[in-house]
Design a protein around this ligand. Structure first.
Ligand SMILES: Nc1nc2c(ncn2[C@@H]2O[C@H](COP(=O)(O)OP(=O)(O)OP(=O)(O)O)[C@@H](O)[C@H]2O)c(=O)[nH]1
Ligand SMILES: C=C(OP(=O)(O)O)C(=O)O
Length: 212
């Protein structure tokens, strides 16, 4: 089964606010873009992915991610993450005749195509499913098979909400790169230890010593 991935991305100046201690206002937007570029590049390299559509209102990010081969959809004004995902899934569904769709966070700079393929292959077994993040509280991927709605409930504590909504939790081992989202300095160090993509490696090298 081949999936369409919907990747949400905030305007870069507002993105990754919890990384303020690690990267100042001058470096943080570039770091957020690098995470998204490495996430999208790895997703496009995954055999289980048909296409990647980024939902964002950031013109620079849209341009850079389109250059990698992603489609882009403008966000709805001030609607928030879940509304942006529903909107993008609707646009994608209309264009692709109810293709299977998965939402994937844009902050997975260590993402490996083979691990993403294992997660998506597992998701193909269930009408609606999700993968918990490395912290065990959030969600990095929510998948809906053909003809099912995504019904995203991302945000603080989303693992419990997705489970309560009836989505099946995918309990795979050895898919750390799909779980490792980067919200904090500690997350960034964990992602660097797993091995990040080239754009994140370059952006992280510009951080002050001790923050990498
Ligand atoms: N298109 C779109 N994407 C969003 C929106 N809010 C969050 N996102 C994206 O959804 C994912 C998870 O978002 P958050 O954890 O809320 O925000 P973040 O920028 O990653 O980090 P913080 O600022 O530290 O909360 C990231 O890929 C964000 O860029 C939104 O309103 N619209
Ligand atoms: C939005 C989410 O991600 P984050 O951990 O980046 O807030 C989530 O886990 O639902």
């Amino acid at each position: 089964m081949q999936w369409t991935l919907v990747v949400p991305l905030k305007p870069l100046p507002q993105a990754k606010s919890r990384l303020a201690d690690t990267a100042d206002d001058g470096l943080r937007p570039g770091l957020a873009l690098a995470f998204a570029q490495d996430t999208v590049a790895a997703a496009l390299g995954c055999p289980a992915v048909r296409d990647v559509v980024v939902v964002t209102n950031d013109a620079l990010a849209a341009r850079e991610l389109a250059a990698l081969g992603a489609g882009t959809v403008p966000d709805l004004p001030r609607a928030g993450l879940n509304a942006a995902l529903v909107h993008a899934a609707t646009v994608v569904g209309a264009a692709r005749r109810a293709a299977p769709v998965a939402a994937l966070n844009a902050d997975l700079p260590a993402l490996r195509p083979a691990e993403l393929a294992r997660v998506l292959d597992a998701a193909a077994e269930f009408p609606r499913s999700f993968l918990a993040d490395s912290a065990g509280l959030g969600t990095t991927l929510l998948a809906a098979r053909r003809g099912r709605e995504l019904r995203p409930q991302f945000g603080v504590g989303s693992r419990a909400r997705h489970r309560a909504s009836g989505a099946v939790e995918l309990t795979l081992d050895a898919v750390d790169s799909v779980r490792q989202d980067v919200d904090t300095g500690g997350d960034l160090r964990a992602a660097l230890a797993l091995g990040v993509g080239p754009r994140t490696a370059a952006a992280a090298a510009r951080l002050p010593a001790g923050q990498q």
